[in-house]
Structures are given as structure tokens and as C-alpha cells.
Design a protein around this ligand. Structure first.
Ligand code: 3H9
Length: 709
């Protein structure tokens, strides 16, 4: 069909169908693509020369990326969204019941509606290429697999394994999808076509794939009978409630759709699935999560400067400082960017420890069976180290992760510049020191930049990239592009004390200290903020970051911004008492063998308070949230981030600002500037000028404007 996303040819009784959305980077299923599918199926059914059908993608790296997200977010009512889901299900029912064998030959990402399509096919072959990833990520968009995924996946691989994938919105590499039984054959990309065609031909001749029930006796006990399944559903529900705190409706709805279908049969299951899809698609939570998806997608293409020059290629990375940060950066760079990494520290014992820690990052992947032994051996061989600058002569990028002290950092910078090529980029992993200050010691300040990683590096997705006043545009694009290769989300921020994350986090932490002083219990503070949607509360976060580190940051911020950032007196005695947090085994909480225990009540004596329940929960939340929103608005006004989009994505990825609230600036929009300003003014009257509403919010309140139009 001219203009269709699907094209086909028949050879030897098999129709080879290629899906390729012209002018689009990925294949996605929109209404018009669905119509193309239906027309194609119709023609293939009629054509007597066709005995079997094989589907492939015409895109190099994607099979099908799912339903068209833009299409379902445009829907305004639950009824419309339910209809969209029901139509998708009908189309895939047509595939599942097609009278001739249909196989999918999968190479590249096969997600959401794309995997649901593949599940409806009668046979699946996937390539063992790293780009081939399969999953149902719908819950991450606040919806559920609404084209039969909640029904077909558990029937294929068992309820336990299916829930594991669906409820977390996980994406699995092809090897694991094969082990789980999602795909029938795993092949090298060179033979994908031939193997898929051979399989459908065999099926046309009467052969049927025999799929083993996976999971052995335990699998049968839990998955293979209704009693076992009810245990599985109960356990899963408990876990979901614990993980989502009731803030994300999609995983619970997905669970309901799966359970309904397993109890009442496929037809009833499909009906419930589309009803629930309809309800979820128009929730505010889903809207927020979709906005974050598009914001991060936009950021992927942003090199951090207007008309960015192409980044320099980084083949060798050198790192100075083999401590916790340096080794984390080394392991992550090898794992994700596959570059040669040279680690240097003052003595060989530290280097050895750093290399072992970097290797742990790679080993972890092997243990979780996310890579082959061969791939593991190749990556481990990329790591090396020493106590001299040997090997730095070939470095394209050097990241220093030494002690947070200007003199030490400048000394390292001078040494590095004397051993690296002219064009090498020098990046400082500083959390507080201005890049322009560090660059004062440089012979080539245009090559100096900040790359602020968050701890622990392998797990934390954000990277703040900080150009100094003289940093060259190409150095910015190089740092951004390399951060992205490391699997991070880089956000370019202004060279200003605390950059973005510490700027907005410090007032929040200080306010937590004020509340402790006012008699709020440590665990109550944490519990309230977790219920509000943060992954951990402010006091647990302090213990994780380390009170010595937090104290240092707080001091720098106080010096830079004055009274508004006055450190909370409650924290003053903690460091002196050796209560540095988790790493010291004691902070606000007790820690035993790496595990967090109960609140250490001795802390109250140290602070000089007794928890007395004196501040109402609503006021605790209001003070903590508004102090952060106010500073975020002010910092945006100061140009610390380039846009509300960058600020919100960074807050979500940097310290887990609740994604379903869209970020601090989006949340301020939701509350509305007049309300935020009014509440801040009332708080300022009671507690002082640290709550005084910033100019940006006041201007918005008087003009009726917002951060996002
Ligand atoms: C679903 O399937 C619901 C069903 O269960 C039921 C329905 C009834 N839709 O990320 P990239 C765009 S929900 C619309 O830069 P990469 C993306 O915005 C869906 N657009 O490439 C970007 O556009 P632009 C479940 C989409 O190689 C361009 O494609 N699926 C979609 O780094 C390139 O994207 C998902 O959640 C889409 N589904 O990563 C998967 N997918 O160039 C979402 C991509 O104009 N997608 N675009 O800015 C992804 O995770 C990544 O895009 C992917 C490619 C891994 C596929």
C-alpha cells in the first residue's frame, strides 16, 4: 500500500512484512499504523500464495517502541482512552487468531505495545544484540500494558515472572527475555531473517513450538494453580503498596488486570484491562510521568550550549583520586562508555583499592547475568591504574575526584596539565568549589569544566555539568556527551555556589534541622516526606550523604548567600560527636553491619530537644516543601539552570523529588504562585525572612504567569 508503514513481499509461500514509519526515528503504533496493520492482515489472509507471515522492522535499532505516546496523551476522557486500548486489543486478537502462522523477528527495542504485538504473534525470534531490549515500561508512564500485555505475558511465562516485569515497568536484554521464555529463539543478527522465516515455514507445515513450563516444582506450586497464584497476587500487592506508598495507581491497576484475567479468562481480562487503561491514561500522575519522558528525551539531544560544536571523541579517560567517587566514576565509565580508564592516586594501596571497587561495578552486572563472561573480561581489561601520571599522555578527558579543597584541586590541575596533550579536557568533580576559581591555576582555562557526579556514582542518574566563565563551547558539549555515554542525564548548570542541587537541597535540609529543634521526631520527619513521595526522608538523606560533607556544603552556602542559608543549630554537635552518618555506623540512626536500624534517641539529648509532637504534620510538609520551591524559583531566576525543564529533571534525578509531582517548578505551577506566595508570607511572619517569597514568584503571582505555559 503506498504511504503505508507496512510493506510486504512474498517468497516461497512466506510474506515478509517490514514495518518502517517513514520520517520517524522509531516505529510506534498510532491509529493510522493500526489501520495499516488491519489492512495488511486482511490482504495476507486473502492471498492464497501466502502460507505464513514474518514481521521485521526496517529501523536499525528499534523493532517497535510501543503505542504512540503523543496520541494517548491527547485524549481527554477515560472513555476515549478505553476505546483506544480496546481497539489495540482487537487488532492484536486478530494477529493471535490469524489462520496462518505469524512470527516476529525482533531486533532492537521492543517495548510496550511493540512487545504486546510480538506476544500476539505465534513465534518470536530475537537477536542477541545489546540493542535488543524487551519490556513493558507502561507503568513508568502511569498507565498499564493496555493491548493485551497483562493477559498474554502471564500466560506465556507465568504470573510471577510477568508481574515482576509489568509492575516495575522493566526492560530486559534479549538473553534474559529468552531465558524467561518471552522469546522462542535467540540468534545472531546476521541470521535473524533466515531463522524466523524457517520457523514460520515449519509452522505452516504443521509443526508447533513446545514451550516448557518454567520454574520447576516451585513454579507449578505458585503459578500453576489458583491457590498458589492467590499467594503470588497477595505478596505482589503488599510489595507494590510498600514501594509506591499509594502515590502511583498504575502498578496496582496492572496487578488487578492480570489477576482479573487469570481468574475470569482472557476475554474478561481484556475488558478489565482496557477499562483500567482508560482510567489511568487521564490521571494527573500519568500526565506528569509522560511530561518527564518527553523532557528527558529532549535533554538527550541537548549538548548544553546553543549551536553546540560536535563533542570531541573520548577514547581514554584518566581519573585522579581512587576513592569512593573516583572508583565509582571509573567503573561506570568502563561499564557504559566502554572506554579505556586510567586511575591515579598517591599510593599503590589506594589505587589497588580503587581498581577493586571499580571492578565491583562491572562484576555486579555479571552476577546479575546482565552480561556475558566474555564481555566482562573485555571490560575489566580496560581498567588500569598507578601512582604516577603514566598513561595520562593519551587521555582525552581527565576527571579529578580528589579532596574537596581548592589548593589540592589546583595542584592536581597543574600536574595534570603538565602531562596531558593540549586538547585534553580537565573536569573537576566538585560539589561546591567554583570552577572559575579552580581554573585560575590553569594554563588553558578554556579546557576546564565541572562534572559533578552524585554518590554512589553507579546508581545516581544525574550529572551536573558546570562550565566556568572561560570554558570553550566544545568542552561543554564533550562533557555532556561523555556524561551521556556513561548512562547519566547531564544538566548544564551555572558556576555558582551549590550549583542547582545543593542550592535547592540545602534550605530543605536546614529546615529539617529547624523542625527537629522545634521538637519534631526524627522518624516522623522522614516518614512524612516519604509519604509525600521522596525515596528517603531528609534526615536519612543526611546520614547517607554524611554529616561532615553536609556541614561543609552548608558552610559554603551560608558564606555565599547569608542569613537565608544559616545552618540549623541542631546539626552543629553531630560532627563533633563523630556522628557522620551511615559511613561511621552512627548518625541520627544506628547502623549495624551496613543495615540501618532505629533512631538513636541519644541524638535528642545532643540537640537539646525532646520530640513533643508540637508541629502539625501539614505544617512540617508545608515548611519543607515551600522552602525548597522558593529557592528553586529564585535559582531559576538567577539563571542557575537554563529552563524549568532542566531544573525539574535534575531535581527528580538528583535527589528523587517525587516524579508524580513533576519536579519543584512544575509543582509550584500546580499550587499556583498566588497561593505559594501567600503561604510563604505567612511563614515568614512566624519564622523569619528565610521564608520571604522570592521575586520570581511574586512577579508570577501579580502577573498570573507560570513556569510552564
Ligand atoms: C504503550 O505502548 C501503551 C500500550 O500498552 C497500550 C496502548 C493501547 N511514542 O528516546 P529517543 C520518540 S505506551 C511516541 O530519543 P533512543 C521520542 O519522543 C509506550 N514517541 O531515542 C523521540 O522523538 P523526537 C511504551 C516516541 O534511541 C524519538 O522517538 N513505550 C515513542 O534514545 C526518538 O526517541 C515506551 O515507553 C513512543 N512510544 O531511545 C518506550 N518512543 O525525536 C518509550 C520514542 O521527536 N521510548 N518516541 O524527540 C523509549 O524508551 C525510547 O524512545 C527508545 C529509543 C528506547 C525506544
Amino acid at each position: 500500500m503506498p504511504g503505508s508503514a507496512l510493506a510486504w513481499e512474498v517468497a516461497d509461500g512466506v510474506a515478509l512484512v517490514t514495518i518502517d514509519l517513514k520520517g520517524e526515528p522509531v516505529n510506534k503504533i498510532s491509529r493510522s499504523v493500526k489501520d495499516d496493520f488491519l489492512a495488511t492482515l486482511e490482504a495476507l489472509e486473502r492471498d492464497r500464495a501466502v502460507q505464513a507471515v514474518a514481521f521485521f522492522s526496517g529501523k536499525p535499532d528499534t523493532f517497535i517502541a510501543g503505542a504512540d505516546i503523543e496520541e494517548f496523551v491527547a485524549l481527554t476522557t477515560a472513555a476515549e482512552a478505553e476505546r483506544l486500548s480496546a481497539e489495540g486489543q482487537e487488532m492484536l486478537e486478530r494477529v493471535a487468531r490469524f489462520p496462518k502462522p505469524i512470527a516476529a523477528g525482533i531486533h532492537g527495542t521492543c517495548l510496550g505495545g511493540g512487545l504486546e504485538f510480538a506476544l500476539a504473534c505465534h513465534y518470536r525470534v530475537a537477536t542477541d544484540h545489546p540493542k535488543t531490549q524487551l519490556g513493558l515500561p507502561e507503568v513508568q508512564l502511569g498507565i498499564l500494558p493496555g493491548a493485551g500485555g497483562c493477559q498474554r505475558l502471564p500466560r506465556l511465562i507465568g504470573v510471577r515472572a510477568a508481574l515482576d516485569l509489568i509492575l516495575a515497568g522493566k526492560t530486559e536484554p534479549a538473553q534474559r527475555a529468552f531465558r524467561l521464555g518471552i522469546v522462542d529463539e535467540l540468534v545472531h543478527p546476521a541470521i535473524l531473517r533466515d531463522v524466523t522465516l524457517a520457523a514460520v515455514k515449519r509452522m505452516a507445515g504443521g509443526w508447533r513450538p513446545r514451550r516448557k513450563r518454567l520454574g520447576g516444582v516451585a513454579g507449578w506450586l505458585l503459578d500453576g494453580n489458583p491457590l498458589g497464584r492467590s499467594v503470588v497476587f497477595r505478596t505482589a500487592r503488599k510489595q507494590v503498596l510498600k514501594q509506591t506508598g499509594g502515590n502511583y495507581p498504575a502498578p496496582l491497576a496492572a496487578l488487578e488486570a492480570v489477576e482479573h484475567g487469570m481468574k475470569r479468562g482472557l476475554g474478561e481480562g481484556l475488558k478489565r484491562e482496557s477499562q483500567l487503561f482508560g482510567q489511568l491514561a487521564v490521571t494527573d500522575v500519568s500526565r506528569k510521568l509522560v511530561q518527564i519522558f518527553f523532557a528527558t528525551t529532549q535533554l538527550k539531544k541537548d549538548l548544553g550550549v546553543p549551536n553546540a560544536p560536535p563533542p570531541c571523541e573520548v577514547r581514554r579517560l584518566a581519573i585522579v583520586g581512587a576513592g569512593f567517587m573516583g572508583s565509582g566514576i571509573a567503573g561506570t565509565a568502563v561499564l557504559h562508555a566502554g572506554v579505556d580508564v586510567r586511575l591515579k592516586d598517591a599510593d599503590l594501596a589506594r589505587v589497588a583499592k580503587g581498581l577493586a571497587a571499580a571492578r565491583d561495578v562491572i562484576d555486579e552486572r555479571l552476577k546479575r547475568r546482565r552480561m556475558t563472561k566474555y564481555e566482562h573480561a573485555r571490560l575489566v581489561a580496560l581498567l588500569s591504574g598507578g601512582d604516577r601520571y603514566a598513561g595520562f599522555g593519551r587521555a582525552d578527558l581527565v576527571i579529578e575526584a580528589v579532596f574537596e579543597d581548592l589548593g589540592v584541586k589546583q595542584q592536581v590541575l597543574r600536574e595534570v596539565e603538565s602531562v596531558t596533550p593540549e586538547g585534553a579536557v580537565f573536569a573537576s568533580n566538585t560539589s561546591t568549589i567554583p570552577i572559575a576559581k579552580i581554573a585560575e591555576a590553569s594554563a588553558r582555562p578554556e579546557q576546564v569544566i565541572g562534572m559533578h557526579f552524585f554518590s554512589p556514582v553507579p546508581r545516581m542518574p544525574l550529572l551536573e555539568v558546570i562550565p566556568g566563565a572561560r570554558t570553550a563551547p566544545q568542552v561543554i558539549s564533550t562533557a555532556v556527551a561523555f556524561g551521556r555515554r556513561m548512562g547519566k542525564t547531564p544538566v548544564v548548570v551555572k558556576d555558582n555556589p551549590g550549583f542547582w542541587i545543593n542550592r535547592i537541597l540545602t534550605p530543605y535540609m536546614n529546615e529539617a534541622g529547624q523542625l527537629l529543634q522545634a521538637g519534631v521526631a526524627i522518624d516522623e520527619l522522614d516518614r512524612l516526606m516519604v509519604e509525600w513521595g521522596f525515596p528517603v526522608g531528609p534526615i536519612t538523606l543526611l546520614d547517607e550523604v554524611g554529616l561532615d560533607v553536609a556541614e561543609k556544603v552548608a558552610g559554603v552556602m551560608h558564606d555565599a548567600f547569608g542569613e537565608r542559608f544559616a545552618p540549623a543549630p541542631a546539626f552543629a554537635g553531630m560532627v563533633k560527636d563523630g556522628r557522620l552518618g551511615r559511613k561511621a555506623g552512627k548518625g541520627f540512626y544506628r547502623y549495624a553491619r551496613g543495615k540501618k536500624g532505629a533512631v538513636d534517641s541519644a541524638v535528642y539529648q545532643l540537640i537539646g530537644t525532646e520530640p513533643d509532637g508540637g508541629v502539625r504534620p501539614a505544617e512540617i510538609i508545608q515548611r519543607l516543601v515551600l522552602v525548597m520551591l522558593n529557592e528553586a524559583a529564585r535559582a531559576l531566576g538567577d539563571g542557575i539552570v537554563r529552563s524549568p525543564r532542566d531544573g525539574d529533571v535534575a531535581a527528580i534525578f538528583g535527589f528523587g523529588f517525587p516524579p508524580f509531582r513533576g519536579g519543584p517548578l512544575r509543582h509550584a505551577d500546580d499550587l499556583g504562585a498566588p497561593r505559594v506566595v501567600g503561604e510563604l508570607e505567612r511563614l515568614a511572619e512566624r519564622f523569619g525572612t528565610r521564608f520571604a517569597p522570592c521575586e520570581v514568584l511574586q512577579a508570577q503571582a501579580s502577573r498570573g504567569s507560570k513556569f510552564y505555559s
